[in-house]
Design a binder for this molecule. Structure first.
Ligand code: HEC
Length: 109
């Protein structure tokens, strides 16, 4: 294997430059990673219902939950805590705002 040996001030400067750019890029990357983990929000309650709840609640895997005027608070509790065969969803899966919207949607539709 060939060894790369950096000598002299010019290459030393280049190396320091590369490390600095690398650090800045890494920080920016970490920042965007953080943003994306908090930043996702479903568009509205209808979308959450169609893309998440509907998989079970429109296919008879779970009971019908629309048209029953289930209280929004009840829906929110079950989504966060689960209920027997119903899985619980963490806030990384459905954020609080979206849960609020889907619970509202279900209580009214
Ligand atoms: C993996 C399938 C599945 C998904 C996805 C799912 N559910 Fe359920 N859910 C169930 C099942 C099964 C039950 C019945 C639980 C039992 O009684 O054992 C249930 C029960 C419920 C109940 C109680 C119904 C009642 O009659 O009191 C509510 C409210 C509910 N789900 C809301 C939701 C919402 C809102 C979503 C979407 C965020 C959702 N569920 C997603 C399977 C699912």
């Amino acid at each position: 294997m060939r060894k790369i040996i950096l000598r002299g001030t010019a290459s030393g400067f280049l190396l320091a430059g590369t490390v600095t750019v690398g650090l800045v890029a890494n920080t920016a990357w970490a920042q965007s990673q953080n943003d994306s983990s908090v930043g996702f929000e479903w568009k509205d309650g209808t979308e959450v219902y169609a893309k998440v709840c509907g998989h079970c609640h429109e296919t008879k895997v779970g009971p019908v939950i629309r048209g029953r005027h289930l209280p929004a608070a009840y829906v929110r509790t079950i989504v966060r805590d689960g209920l027997r065969a119903m899985p619980s969803f963490r806030s990384s899966e459905i954020d609080d705002t979206s849960l609020e919207k889907v619970a509202e949607y279900i209580s009214k539709n």
